[in-house]
Design a protein around this ligand. Structure first.
Ligand SMILES: [Zn+2]
Length: 287
């Protein structure tokens, strides 16, 4: 079957064209410009013709016959000149660098080498120093924040990043580390105060409360989840160890004078002040 690329090569030969722009070729073969541009790139990659880029910015793509007299950069496809003894296949050092990354397997190999280097103690220290420097510069800081926001707004990037973060942080070592860290933080009165304030701020807003309330109601309305929840509730209610732990936890909670103040107005009116006092006294007597 004759493809668009075949058609283009044939047109170049029949019309004796030495060089032809995308738009001109699109007109000659009667195909949309994007299709012709894609066919040009494919022909260049298959080395069936030379692709040339001319003009400012992105420029215009041309297809040149194989006896094109000029040198064409392997990376940007712009025409360039080189010294008599030079064997450069790219127009500039940056194009040579960029092209070297496009060689099959090269990118994967280099990324592996770089990340191995970054994992060494010296590499880690360098990364931290570099990042600190970047973050302390207000201009760079603002730029980084904007770039981050842009990236996270893209649903595909967001999903990929979230998965990467989840994978990186869910190893047994990391989980143990975080668990230990949380316990340490909760034991520190200053940190504890800060964390409680933070939680109240983020979870205590009317919007957040409405959101979680709806989430929970929806879960309970879902027959599958409901079955699961009920089974768990029954299982826990029968577990002597859990029952004992829960009893002690509740007793401690009721003994805490702050507990009543911490409760929401709704919960407070549900368990009236007097009820609270009674429960607190009862709890005290039991210890
Ligand atoms: Zn170039």
């Amino acid at each position: 079957m004759k493809t668009l690329a075949d058609d283009i090569v044939e047109t170049m030969e029949v019309q004796c064209l030495s060089i032809c722009s995308v738009t001109e070729m699109a007109r000659l073969v009667g195909e949309p410009v994007p299709n012709v541009a894609a066919a040009f790139t494919a022909l260049g990659e298959a080395k069936r013709a030379i692709v040339v880029r001319r003009g400012k910015g992105k420029g215009t793509l041309y297809l040149a016959s194989n006896n094109h007299p000029e040198l064409v950069c392997c990376n940007c496809h712009r025409e360039y000149t080189r010294g008599k003894k030079s064997k450069a296949v790219a127009c500039s050092q940056s194009c040579a660098n960029s092209f070297s990354w496009k060689k099959p397997g090269a990118a994967a190999r280099r990324i592996a080498a770089i990340s191995a280097q970054r994992q060494t103690p010296q590499g880690k220290a360098n990364s931290i120093a570099r990042n600190k420097k970047r973050w302390s510069d207000p201009e760079q800081h603002a730029r980084l924040i904007a770039a981050n926001k842009r990236a996270w707004a893209n649903p595909v990037t967001k999903a990929l990043r979230a998965a990467a973060i989840r994978n990186a942080h869910s190893t047994p070592e990391k989980r143990a580390l975080y668990s230990e860290m949380r316990k340490r933080h909760w034991a520190d009165p200053e940190k504890r105060k800060k964390m409680i304030a933070g939680i109240k701020r983020s979870k205590g807003s009317p919007e957040a409360r409405a959101k979680f309330s709806k989430l929970l109601k929806d879960r309970w309305a879902d027959p599958v989840m409901r079955k699961k929840y009920l089974a768990a509730v029954r299982r826990n209610a029968r577990d002597p160890k859990l029952r004992e732990a829960n009893k002690l936890r509740m007793r401690k909670l009721w003994q805490d004078p702050e507990f009543f103040k911490m409760r929401t107005p709704g919960a407070r009116s549900a368990a009236s002040k007097r009820g609270y006092e009674t429960r607190r006294k009862n709890a005290e007597q039991r210890t």
